[in-house]
Design a protein around this ligand. Structure first.
Ligand SMILES: Cc1ncc(C[n+]2csc(CCOP(=O)(O)OP(=O)(O)O)c2C)c(N)n1
Ligand code: SF4
Length: 285
């Protein structure tokens, strides 16, 4: 998508639904918005069928609004709860098979670079912990080994939420979920460590408790992936259904988990740091 495809022919805009006009005129397409702008325009993602109070849905909403150039972004996802929301957003979405997100994103990114030289086209994979740490694991790893320039965002609810509660590689040891009644017997996979070993240029772990931090993290991840190399963001996005968290307690849970075991982590290569400093200086100039 390009910005001009959002702007319908002059004279026709007034016939478009109010929400559409609002999103084009005030939304993040072609302009830089801040987290505090949220709520002042029709959002990129407004309605979705995810569960009431789902932290994942909240994180997805923040992440989509934080994309630096949504008009030049393609999202890649797969089976799992997250795609229920991502596919409803005003951003092109490719639904990969369960396992092949990072292969699809590789082809897409390379193809877009050839088709649109001189224009950054951002590709962002967003999928669950099952999709990325289990069934799609090898594709994630190989995209990192190959230094593919796109962002991978894991929606880590520490369970297979969409299929009713099987343990995933990211479920914690000992955790009892519906379809792991004896408790998980193995440790949570250290995806941050694997990302570091694979040479990922920017790695972050966070919870959705701090919207400004979600904004800046997603922006950095997408920008660094343009020029430097693969980037990885891992977000705690609790499943209130499988972990029996009341919708009104979801953010309390996220704050508690953040304090106890899911604190903010940010790891950046020197090259990534230098790149951010350079574009920052350029934008100030
Ligand atoms: C190859 C393949 N295996 C299994 C499935 C069934 N399936 C759909 S969603 C899902 C689990 C999703 O879990 P996760 O990726 O952690 O996302 P969540 O729903 O928890 O957000 C599974 C196993 C599938 N669609 N394709
Ligand atoms: S099952 Fe869990 S992760 Fe999926 S939408 Fe519901 S609360 Fe969110």
């Amino acid at each position: 998508m390009a910005l001009r495809t959002l702007n319908v022919a002059p004279g026709f805009m007034r016939f478009m639904p109010k929400e559409y006009q609002d999103l084009v005129e005030k939304g993040p397409f072609g302009r830089q918005i801040k987290v505090t702008d949220l709520g002042t325009f029709k959002e990129v993602l407004e309605e979705h069928p995810m569960c009431e109070g789902c932290a994942m849905a909240f994180f997805i909403r923040l992440s989509l609004a934080a994309l630096p150039n949504p008009e030049h972004t393609v999202m890649v996802g797969t089976a799992g709860c997250g795609r229920l929301a991502i596919s409803q957003a005003a951003i092109p979405f490719v639904y990969g098979n369960y396992c092949d997100t990072n292969g699809v994103a590789t082809g897409l990114k390379r193809g877009l670079q050839i088709r649109f030289p001189g224009q950054h086209k951002d590709v962002v994979v967003m999928a669950g912990d099952g999709g990325l740490s289990d069934i799609g694991f090898s594709q994630v790893m190989h995209s990192w080994f190959r230094k593919e320039k796109f962002t991978t965002i894991m929606l880590d609810n520490e369970v297979y939420g969409n299929t009713g509660g099987q343990e995933s590689g990211m479920t914690r040891k000992g955790e009892v979920v519906k379809m792991a009644p004896l408790g998980k017997q193995f440790e949570k996979i250290d995806m941050l460590g694997l990302a570091q070993t694979s040479g990922v240029a920017y790695i972050a772990r966070l919870t959705p408790t701090n919207p400004s931090r979600v904004f800046s993290t997603i922006r950095k991840a997408v920008l660094i992936a343009r020029e430097v190399g693969p980037t990885y963001v891992q977000a705690y996005t609790s499943c209130n259904i499988e972990y029996s968290i009341a919708p009104e307690k979801v953010l309390d849970d996220a704050r508690q988990v953040e304090k106890e075991r899911y604190g903010f982590v940010e790891i950046m290569s020197d090259e990534a740091k230098a790149y951010l400093e350079r574009i920052d200086a350029e934008s100030k100039a």
